[in-house]
Design a protein around this ligand. Structure first.
Ligand code: IPE
Ligand code: IPE
Ligand code: MG
Length: 242
């Protein structure tokens, strides 16, 4: 979709996925604990939702906690879990005010029970909202998602629900956590790292990648527009010739 922003014609991606990285380094540079970076990073998520909605992005998916992030100190992990607790509760009112639907992807197993309950409450409370479709990846790992999908496919095959011939790319997509959302058009990673760290490996097969040195707590509307400007300049061929 084309949209004019400050006199500039931009091609707005339908779905933007973000690897929100750099909270720890952002805090360290300010001589603050890493956990402070996570609190400010959480605020930047709220702003990103508003900014994406404002410029006409339909789906925003963010990587908040990976299956690998449990390797961090107990203190850091428990601070991040507390940020989720507050975020999941506060989001109900804010999302309903903004017509935003929130989904959480990732493995529920291994998450504290009260967080799983808060996730279910938030998803249910916002299920009817038709504005920004916002997805948060918590305890998410792309390989874990594929393994869970493979197990469910095996089970449905064994139960006679599907046949071998039913197993197509489309069916695979429907067994993933992202079954209700489109594949990302644009993947953004902040903090200067050039890797995808196990985020949406199946879904980003044809996404455009934008890497920036900006640390996640500093990611504002100006940075979002820069990413969309980059996307506007890309020629998406999908293996064909133009
Ligand atoms: C991203 O910031 C947030 C999470 C992974 C939870 P980091 O905490 O990875 O920040 P850096 O990469 O150490 O600076
Ligand atoms: C990726 O960031 C995970 C999230 C943003 C939640 P990491 O900081 O965990 O990734 P690596 O360790 O640099 O690959
Ligand atoms: Mg990091």
């Amino acid at each position: 979709m084309e949209k004019t922003i400050n006199g500039e014609v931009l091609n707005i991606p339908e779905h933007v996925a973000v690897i929100m990285d750099g909270n720890g380094r952002w805090a360290k540079k300010r001589l603050m604990p890493r956990t402070y970076g996570h609190s400010v990073g959480a605020k930047a998520i709220e702003a990103a939702c508003e900014n994406c909605d404002e410029i006409g992005i339909k789906y925003l998916t963010v990587y908040a906690f990976s299956t690998e992030n449990w390797k961090r100190s107990v203190e850091e992990v428990s601070t991040i879990m507390n940020i989720f607790r507050k975020y999941l509760v506060d989001s109900i009112e804010r999302s309903n005010r903004n017509n935003m639907r929130v989904r959480i992807i990732g493995k529920r197993e291994g998450l504290p029970e009260d967080i799983v309950k808060k996730i279910e409450d938030l998803e249910k409370a916002t299920a009817g909202n038709t504005g920004l479709q916002f997805t948060v990846a918590i305890n998410y790992g792309g390989r874990d998602e594929l393994v869970r999908a493979a197990k469910n496919i095996a089970k449905d095959y064994k139960d006679g629900i599907i046949t071998e011939a039913d197993i197509t790319e489309d069916l695979m997509s429907r067994y993933l956590d992202t079954r209700e959302i489109t594949d990302p058009d644009l993947l953004i990673r902040t903090s200067g790292e050039l890797r995808t760290s196990n985020f949406l490996p199946w879904q980003i097969a044809y996404s455009e990648f934008y890497f920036t040195d900006c640390m996640w707590p500093d990611f504002d509307m100006n940075e979002l527009v820069k990413a969309v400007r980059y996307y506007t300049g890309r020629d998406r061929r999908y293996g064909g010739v133009k």
